[in-house]
Design a binder for this molecule. Structure first.
Ligand SMILES: [Zn+2]
Length: 183
């Protein structure tokens, strides 16, 4: 795996990142309280309007119909200045009780974190999906939302990233399955 803050390669169970010194305790202390997340798309920072949240919840339902094993969430939050947004997303996906209202079949977690104040959208995937969605694909899903986000159209930006992620995941799953079925 890679350090969520500086992307330095990290050995499983390493006490601290050899690149930037990040530890799990420091991340916990820096990130603070886990935001309350009610729906698949929620906006503790109030940056997404109710209309945008409703549209995103519909988009997420559409995404999850294609991938019944995936639980996708969008959180619009103010992330702490001392923590890189990507590290915050990593912390949240590991700390928040994602998937609690979901059936146990949804075992793969995908999380977008939007921080409108910092102008950042982060995307992180839980254990088991990182092989199917490598870093360059996550980046290209984020890039799909960039122009709308920088124009201040936050809901549209996240929406474009979700649609791009769906295309990439479908493509990668096809490749993954055909490779596995080879003798
Ligand atoms: Zn690091």
């Amino acid at each position: 795996m890679k350090c969520p803050a500086c992307a330095h390669p990290l050995a499983e169970g390493a006490p601290a990142c050899p690149g930037c010194g990040l530890t799990r305790d420091a991340l916990d202390a820096g990130c603070g309280v886990i935001p309350k997340l009610w729906k698949r798309a929620s906006s503790p920072s109030a940056d997404l309007t109710l209309r945008e949240l409703n549209a995103l919840n519909r988009r997420i339902a559409w995404f999850e119909r294609t991938f019944p094993q995936v639980h996708l969430s969008v959180v619009a939050a103010r992330t702490p200045q001392s923590v890189p947004p990507s590290a915050y997303a990593f912390w949240l996906i590991n700390r928040a009780a994602f998937g609690r209202p979901a059936p146990p079949s949804r075992s793969y977690v995908v999380l977008f974190v939007l921080d409108a104040a910092r102008g950042s959208l982060s995307l992180t995937v839980g254990y088991g999906l990182e092989k199917i969605l490598p870093e360059p694909d996550l980046q290209s899903a984020l890039d799909a939302g960039k122009s709308a986000l920088s124009a201040g159209r936050l809901g549209k930006g996240v929406d474009a990233s979700i649609r791009k992620l769906r295309r990439l995941l479908r493509r990668n799953l096809r490749t993954f399955r055909s490779e596995r079925s080879r003798p």
